[in-house]
Write a protein of this length. Structure first.
Length: 373
């Protein structure tokens, strides 16, 4: 190693010892070991040397490079340790303070009510059935005894696709979950040609061309279906009464059944529930005929029409049943005090933070209705 190179190494090591921060160390590293550094330049000269010269000079240059690299690494470690010591001397952490809160999701009221419905009806022996949201008009209308002239088939009420359905007609976004009832009965007959009892609920999304404070183009509905022998209207009333008492968590539920008309049930009944006005708000409970009380229409129901049972491949003289349907969103509004259905689908996180449920402390109906049944 030449005297000049030895002096450069000594100067470099001295500058490293005096370097005040990591930036100064980095500047020295680039000056010595960077692509244009003076030690890198010495290494490049090895290729032009004769084998004898290379054998003599290479070990000295490599030793010089290693000495400077080790000194740079050591000085970096010293500066980092000094910085850490300074931070530890000045910074304090109060371990008694609560941990900062982190963002967390919440369960949408519709999902919460869906879970509650499934839990209640499971206690009553119902299974959950599902079906496609894109239906053909045979399942959505014809199989449910809805004639071609029925207003629900009108273009201004139903979202149609231009595609032709397998059985003729058109494809559409289902207007109710009743097609699931038809599909379930057909599947039951396929598996049991003589027929078998059916007890299902069919929750899901449905679509109608409507939009205001109490209607949206897409909403959620749950329908129930029971098919068995010797079924009558009393079974329907008991089922609905038991369900509503469990869902609203009160025994003070009074129902009124009014004659109505639905193509797929006969007889058909609208179900009203009694309420009273408390602090300007409707509270379910009590007789709707008492002073300060009233009746609120809640759902539609009835005995399954003979024609629907026949279309499903069952003998209506042997098999009877009842069906009912109610809006899941409406149930959520009544139970949890919401007044505008459109807010359910606005995606406003402030609304969801207020009305949503924590996945850790969701209200539960685990007590069920088994004891009452």
């Amino acid at each position: 190693m030449s005297t000049e190179n030895t002096q450069k190494v000594t100067e470099t090591l001295a500058r490293l010892a005096d370097a005040a921060d990591a930036d100064a160390v980095e500047a020295i590293r680039i000056e010595a070991l960077g692509k244009q550094g003076w030690i890198s330049a010495l290494l490049k000269t090895l290729g032009k040397m004769t084998p004898e010269e290379r054998q003599e000079q290479a070990p000295a240059i490599q030793a010089m490079r290693a000495q400077v690299a080790d000194a740079i690494a050591a000085r970096k470690a010293e500066l980092e340790a000094a910085e850490l010591e300074a931070r530890l001397a000045t910074e304090t952490l109060d371990l008694t303070l609560p941990a900062p809160t982190s963002p967390k999701g919440s369960v949408h009221p519709v999902s919460q009510v869906m879970d509650e419905l499934a839990e209640i009806f499971a206690d009553l022996g119902f299974a959950v059935a599902t079906g496609p949201e894109i239906e053909d008009d045979w399942y959505n209308f014809s199989a449910l005894n809805m004639p071609e002239s029925h207003p629900a088939r009108a273009m201004h009420d139903t979202f149609y696709f231009p595609d032709t359905a397998p059985k003729g007609g058109k494809m559409l976004l289902r207007t109710h979950t009743s097609p699931v009832q038809v599909r379930t009965m057909l599947d039951t007959v396929k598996r049991n040609p003589g027929g078998a009892p059916v007890r299902i609920i069919a929750p899901g999304r449905v679509y109608r061309s409507d939009s205001d404070a109490t209607h949206t183009p897409m909403f959620h509905q749950v329908e129930g279906l029971v098919i068995d022998k010797d079924i009558h209207l009393g079974h329907l009333k008991w089922t609905l009464e038991t369900f509503l008492k469990a869902f609203f968590e009160t025994e003070d539920i009074v129902l009124r059944l009014r004659p109505s008309y639905f193509p797929f049930t006969e007889p058909s009944v609208e179900v009203d529930v009694g309420f009273e006005i408390v602090d300007g708000k409707r509270v379910l409970g009590g007789s709707g005929d008492a002073p300060g009380h009233g009746w609120m229409e809640l759902l539609g129901s009835g005995m399954v029409n003979r024609r629907v049972i026949e279309m499903s491949g069952l003998d209506p003289d042997e098999w009877q049943g009842f069906a009912f349907g109610v809006g899941v969103d409406r149930l959520a509004m009544l139970k949890y005090g919401m007044d505008d259905l459109r807010a359910f689908f606005d995606g406003d996180t402030r609304w969801l933070n207020h009305y949503g449920f924590s996945h850790l402390d969701q209200p539960t109906l685990s007590a069920g209705v088994g004891a009452k049944a």
